[in-house]
Design a protein around this ligand. Sequence first.
Ligand SMILES: [Mg+2]
Length: 262
Amino acid sequence: MTSLASIFRNKKIVFLDMDGTIYLGEKLIQGTKGFLSALRKKGLKYYYLSNNSSRSKTDYVSKLKHLGIPASTEEIILSTDGVIDFLRGRKTDKTYVVGTQSMKDMFIQAEIEVDSQNPTYIILGFDTELNYRKIKTAALFLQRGIPMLATHKDLVCPTQDGPIPDVGAMLALFEKATGKTPEKIFGKPNKEMLDYIIKRHEAAVDELIIIGDRIYTDMEMANQIGCDFILVLSGETKKEDLSKLKSQPALIVENLGQLYSD
Ligand SMILES: [Mg+2]
């Protein structure tokens, strides 16, 4: 009989961060599979979250499958989703995307032009295929007064080899060069990222739980929503970081494996 910690009592939806929570680079974190199967047995709905806009949902489904976790694109929530929703709301389909081909594919699927000569918005994602031509074009558009939207604000992205420059660092580059800051930043900890899922399930705040490894994105988002947060120490945050915090997570565990028992 599998049971989950009492914190899951009355919960309906679990939002799981991916990097540092489910896997680190190409390695699955201990206990992940057992935890996911315990959630399924309990009938809890779960979603995977990532600020990493360098990959598309299809890329994530393949990655999870490769790690032995079956998932569908509907279960994956990316910072890119919020940007696409926003553009739809503004009824604009002309953008200049500084992003990977995978990210551009998500825009193209949503019928949004990614290389417009006359964009309404410049979109900045985690561009691991960045080159000077893209930086130059975006900087010139910014100076013409075209606003920028950023998928998220993480300064660095954790990798097996160490942290590497992410969108936040690129925003600093554009600000130094043009004096311009983005009109809006999506992704964690901006709670808008989860609004449509919460609405779709008609879930109350105390029926939600976020699990992640980062204080200033995952826990901050839970604080913004007002829901419970479980910190896993399998990623970025170390035990000694906790004493500096004003508020503490509802629960702290080494990894997802500690959240269920066989
Ligand atoms: Mg993480």
